[in-house]
Design a protein. Structure first.
Length: 346
């Protein structure tokens, strides 16, 4: 079936008008927007919504799912994670409706989606920060530079950089046990690109798409060093110790004030545009997601986007703006406002 962008925009604009009337009515009656369902529920019965992808984005989406299903219990929403790359594999094969992503869609993934006629709407939903951590009993490491991270993680380090003093001469000659994102993770892709400037890093480390496994690994190994999203650090402060990167510690405040660079990053959901056109439940779920993303992302430990970013995202969704504002790779020097205003390509 050939996707038609104009009908999608018309259809979703109608949805937007109905939702807007509901929000206006709710505010006039003194109700709260966060918990009030929008009035399309007669169409939302036994529809199914399939979500997969990033483990980093999963806590936000999962919280949204739970709140949505309190209002729409007859809609089945399946939410799981297999990593950003794994999610895009399923998304571009038409197997899921929404792909959670901790990085922008890559050039190769975009090509696969294009060949399969899977048009998508790209929606930033929060900020995260990659957090480099060590064991709490580590007494020597308090900070690292991006250059030192590259020395440790680049492909050329495999089998050669094995001890702490090889990274910084004042550190002890102890073996380093490395823990990091698995190769299907968008966190891996982002870290590799920003830190090493390459798509691949050394492979002689313990990798997983499940960040909880990485937390436990670093916690149990004195000589460990690992990295994962800020959310998992915030919920495990008693198990790991963060390192300042280029002199700045990872924190919600330092992500907000843009001083924790270049390891801060936007997080995304990618929506199958044709599925949103055909499935009222999916369209209503996205409306609910964008309406509540600012509040929910903060409540589960992430950094919300500026409020106007969600408004722009809603406009893009209702107008059916398909494609990506990125060039197949992260662009850490662009603000989220600049990204949202860029012309999208597909």
């Amino acid at each position: 079936m050939v996707f038609q962008q104009k009908p999608l925009g018309i259809y979703l604009s109608v949805v937007a008008i109905v939702i807007g009337l509901a929000i206006y009515s709710t505010s006039r009656s003194g109700g709260t927007q966060a918990s009030s369902p929008v009035p399309l529920s007669e169409n939302v019965k036994n529809d199914v919504i399939e979500i997969d992808g990033s483990s980093t984005v999963y806590p936000i989406t999962d919280a949204i799912v739970h709140q949505f299903q309190q209002s729409y219990p007859r809609t089945k929403v399946s939410s799981t994670f297999s990593g950003t790359r794994g999610g895009f594999d399923k998304f571009c094969a038409g197997q899921i409706d929404i792909s959670n992503a901790s990085r922008p869609i890559s050039t190769q993934e975009l090509l696969v989606c294009r060949q399969a006629a899977i048009r998508f709407i790209e929606l930033p939903i929060a900020f995260d920060a990659l957090t480099v951590v060590v064991n709490p009993k580590n007494t020597w490491a308090k900070d690292m530079t991006i250059a030192e991270l590259k020395t440790l993680w680049e492909s050329a380090a495999q089998g050669k950089i094995k001890t702490w003093d090889q990274v910084r001469s004042t550190w002890p000659s102890r073996p380093i046990a490395l823990f990091g994102a698995g190769a299907d993770s968008g966190t891996y892709d982002y870290f590799a690109g920003i830190v090493t400037g390459a798509e691949k890093m050394r492979s002689d480390y313990t990798g997983s798409e499940d960040d909880n496994i990485l937390v436990e690994g670093v916690n149990k190994e004195l000589n460990a060093l690992g990295y994962f999203g800020l959310y998992y650090y915030e919920y495990n402060k008693d198990k790991v110790k963060p390192l300042a990167i280029n002199g700045v510690l990872p924190s919600v405040e330092n992500v907000k004030n843009a001083t924790y660079q270049p390891l801060s990053r936007p997080l995304f959901i990618y929506v199958n545009a044709q599925a949103a056109q055909q499935n009222p439940a999916l369209s209503e779920f996205i409306a609910f997601y964008l309406k509540n993303a600012e509040r929910v992302s903060a409540s589960v430990g992430y950094v919300p986007l500026p409020g106007e970013a969600y408004e722009i995202g809603q406009t893009h969704f209702y107008q059916g703006k398909v494609g990506t504002a990125y060039d197949g790779k992260p662009q850490p020097n662009l603000t989220i406002g600049e990204v949202l205003q860029k012309e999208k390509s597909f």
